[in-house]
Design a protein around this ligand. Structure first.
Ligand code: C2O
Ligand code: CU
Length: 506
């Protein structure tokens, strides 16, 4: 099977030439010289995080072909071991993680620790921070995880995330009181692999589209997204639109999963009536935002992308790809659907919350809460200790987000990744990023190695939904030297070019 890896194609032969050559390549723009992943500054930043008697958490991930039962559906796919999601990795803030990755796939891979402000050379981005992990070989990631929160890990290689290659990383806060009785981890995903198409097939189809989209393979029409001065939607169908997000995606998935299960054979989460449960929710989807609601309950959102927010009650929560939320719920008595509705698409994932007797909810149940108050991260306020200190902005960058469906191309400031202008920053600066979405589709924008605060005291995050024709401004402190990917977490958009680097310069 030919591997379509846009990034590899774009990078040309650099994979073979190696990282040092790449560092030179990246260094040709901007004024200073770039701080590469292998630089002394990166080592020093990590040394400052280390503690003399640091606890070490060891883990092993085996990336391999596997057969998974998703509940009424058996698929050939790639995963970490034989489970979906992959193994839960759990540590305390300040611990050293040492994770061995063995690549038993037929192609190269990598592992990225999404949301962790870690040392740059362990960030897991082939072509920027490391060489790809070749088939039959391995790599040991070793880094301090400084901040508590809900994170996840996934490859940064092509569209491998859209297979079964993802798992949850929880960093506990040893000082948190933890005002809850139970904790559940809930992972949302959109699923196509092993249903007659692989994610690489889907990407290849998108990239090869050169005229009006045809719908012959059931991909549901190349709805939405294009804009480029052409105005209207032309022949594009209106099948994937959301009142909240505009163009809601490029791929009409056959299945949506919660904790690796279809809604027809759902995972069950159990507790006692009246208990308070903390639910850590991760959207590991590649092209789907989810609207999450628990039938018969309000949710109190306590954390966004690992960082505390002022607690806020809601009926439903909109979660973009790569975003995580922690919510607390006080449970009623019975069996309740925890529904993750594919925003702007047809279908949903579901898990069952069971505290007593009662019929298991139907796979297509639509709790009223889905259409109640729907919260987005832009509606939240950072808790006081998650707020960035007040200070002057030293440098601003605007990221104009655009794209077209034909050809399938997504851009930052008019350029696809290989040609993208890096965003220069210098250690110690307060940097403002302005994500300005000039397309008709939403983009969950993610920055590696840092968390940003939405301006004016908004939530502290690493991934933020930017809605069509909207601007979202965020501030970050440039305190983690290196070369950091900044991209749309729609994995097909990232592969279609919507990526650049936050580039430290000396
Ligand atoms: Cu989960 Cu570069 O991202
Ligand atoms: Cu996007």
């Amino acid at each position: 099977m030919p591997e379509i890896n846009r990034r590899t194609l774009l990078m040309g032969s650099t994979g073979a030439v190696g990282l040092l050559a790449l560092g030179g390549l990246a260094g040709c723009s901007g004024t200073g010289s770039t701080v590469s992943a292998t630089s002394e500054a990166v080592r020093r930043a990590e040394a400052r995080r280390r503690k003399p008697s640091q606890n070490v958490v060891n883990a092993l991930l085996t990336a391999q072909a596997t057969t998974l039962s998703l509940g009424g559906l058996v698929v050939q796919t790639w995963g970490y071991g034989d489970s979906l999601p992959g193994p839960l990795i759990r540590a305390q803030a300040g611990d050293l993680l040492r994770v061995r990755v063995d690549n038993k796939l037929s192609t190269s891979t990598s592992v990225h620790w999404h949301g962790i402000a870690l040392r740059n050379d362990m960030d897991g981005v082939p072509g920027i921070t490391q060489d790809p992990i070749d088939p039959g070989s391995g790599f040991t990631y070793e880094f301090t995880a400084p901040d508590p929160g809900t994170y996840f890990y996934h490859p940064h290689s092509g569209v491998q995330l859209d297979r079964g290659l993802y798992g949850v990383l929880v960093i506990d806060d040893p000082t948190e009181p933890g005002n809850y009785d139970e904790e559940w981890i809930v992972v949302l995903d959109d699923w196509v692999d092993g249903t007659g198409r692989t994610p690489d097939d889907v990407l290849e189809k998108l990239l090869s589209t050169s005229g009006p989209a045809d719908d012959s393979d059931g991909m549901g029409g190349m709805d939405h997204g294009s804009m480029g001065g052409m105005g209207g939607m032309g022949s594009m169908s209106e099948s994937m639109r959301s009142p909240l997000l505009g163009g809601a995606g490029d791929i009409d998935y056959p299945h949506y999963l919660v904790n690796g299960r279809t809604p027809g054979a759902p995972a069950t989460l159990t507790a006692k009536p009246g208990q308070r449960v903390r639910i850590r929710v991760i959207n590991a989807g590649s092209d789907t935002a989810f609207r999450l609601a628990l039938g018969g309950h309000q949710m109190t959102v306590t954390h966004s992308d690992g960082f505390p927010v002022e607690p806020v009650d809601t009926d439903a929560l909109l979660i973009g790809m790569g975003e995580r939320y922690d919510v607390v719920v006080t449970l009623g008595d019975g069996a309740f659907p925890l529904v993750a509705s594919a925003e702007g698409k047809k279908g949903q994932g579901m898990a069952v919350v069971r505290t007593g007797t009662g019929r298991t909810p139907a796979a297509d149940v639509q709790p009223a809460e889905l259409n109640g108050r729907i919260l987005l991260s832009t509606d939240m306020t950072a808790a006081p200790d998650a707020r960035l200190p007040d200070r002057q902005v030293d440098r601003s960058h605007t990221l104009g987000l655009g794209g077209t469906m034909t050809p399938y191309k997504w851009t930052i400031n008019g350029k696809t990744f290989a040609d993208a202008e890096p965003l220069p920053v210098a250690q110690g600066e307060r940097v403002r990023l302005r994500f300005y979405n000039m397309s008709m589709m939403f983009h969950p924008m993610h920055v590696h190695g840092h968390t940003f605060g939405l301006v004016s005291g908004g939530a502290r995050k690493d991934t933020v939904i930017v809605r069509p024709m909207q601007m979202v401004e965020v501030d970050l402190d440039a305190d983690n030297p290196g070369q950091w990917a900044a991209h749309c977490h729609n994995i097909y958009h990232a592969e279609g070019g919507m990526m650049t680097t936050l580039s430290y310069e000396h």
